[in-house]
Design a protein around this ligand. Structure first.
Ligand code: NAD
Length: 290
């Protein structure tokens, strides 16, 4: 029988801890979010982040820009936020419209305010094991593993997906020399041949590929820990909206083989928001950059 890793339960506990800490601060932390365009998924994510801020007493500011906003205007907005001493940290919700270079935008965010942990300096610090803002989703996953006391040391962790925001930082974190990591890590991606030969050896599988129900039971070893990062919108006759969110893992098939597994929704997604708030708190306390 598997244990369901409840992102809801763990995130609630951490939100409460953040709330208590915020209450002790003289000035409330301030997080800003830039949202460009009308993408419904991005709007939902940003709204959830703002709601979470309200819940823990973090001040939030939403900067909404139209889809046709030029790269120059967005860069100007970012410079304003860099200079605004009242704002401790901010995020630019991805993806951006095609005419804007995400890399250029990320590199313009001041590293001290980059609470998503996407700036090359912050990723570099992560690689070198220096204090930094850890990218929110991988950080959330590490906290889940810790909360459930899942043994990682000496285990083989297979990460599927090598994006800059999830797969790559995740693989780095799991290979670190500390008690909550120390895994032997294999990073798989779209050019990996015979993916199953790797996943079948894995004690821990972290699926972050963005392919609905791709990971099947015959790809997973008996007793493995499976962390599903995917959020995929698929058509559904069960919901009013006509779609539902599913992960990269075929949960119904895979769960009976696992020791631990995360659901979608209710797993990693909630932890991503909590991690962003933790990073905002670090920014407000000037713990990473003084
Ligand atoms: P991405 O599209 O940038 O990267 C996907 C990665 O998967 C790529 O590196 C690619 O090489 C790999 N990949 C694709 N097909 C593959 C295959 N058949 N075999 C092996 N590897 C394959 O996506 P991303 O931004 O890293 O997001 C991945 C998923 O996680 C998406 O569903 C996204 O919505 C979700 N996500 C969830 C959260 C959360 O908070 N839960 C946060 C960020 C992203």
């Amino acid at each position: 029988m598997y244990t369901l890793i409840s992102g809801k339960e763990v995130s609630e506990k951490i939100l409460e801890e953040i709330k208590q800490e915020v209450a002790t601060l003289k000035k409330k932390p301030h997080l800003a979010a830039i949202l460009v365009g009308e993408d419904p998924a991005s709007q939902t994510y940003v709204n959830s982040k703002i709601k979470a801020c309200e819940r823990v007493g973090i001040t939030s500011t939403l900067v909404k820009l139209r889809d046709e906003t030029t790269e120059d205007i967005l860069l100007q907005k970012i410079e304003e936020l860099n200079l605004n001493a009242d704002i401790d940290g901010y995020i630019v919700q991805l993806p951006l419209p095609k005419h804007i270079s995400e890399q250029k935008i990320i590199e313009t965010i001041h590293p001290a305010k980059d609470v998503d942990g996407f700036h090359p300096i912050n990723i570099g610090k992560l690689v070198l094991n220096l204090p930094t803002y850890i990218s929110a989703t991988p950080y959330g996953i590490v906290q889940l593993l810790q909360h459930y006391n899942i043994v990682t040391q000496g285990k083989h962790c297979v990460v599927i997906g090598r994006s800059n925001i999830v797969g790559t930082p995740m693989s780095i974190l799991m290979g670190k020399n500390n008690a909550h990591a120390n895994c032997t890590v294999t990073l798989c991606h779209s050019k990996t041949e015979n993916l199953s030969q790797y996943t079948l050896q894995a004690d821990i599988v972290i699926a972050a590929m963005g392919k609905a129900h791709f990971v099947k039971a015959d790809m997973i070893k008996e007793g493995a820990v499976v962390i599903d990062v995917g959020i995929n919108r698929v058509p559904s006759t069960e919901t009013k909206s006509g779609f539902k969110l599913v992960g990269d893992v075929d949960f119904i098939q895979v769960a009976p083989k696992c020791s631990y597994i995360t659901p979608v929704p209710g797993g990693v997604g909630l932890m991503t928001i909590v991690s962003l708030l933790k990073n905002t708190l670090l920014a407000a306390k000037k713990e990473i950059y003084s």
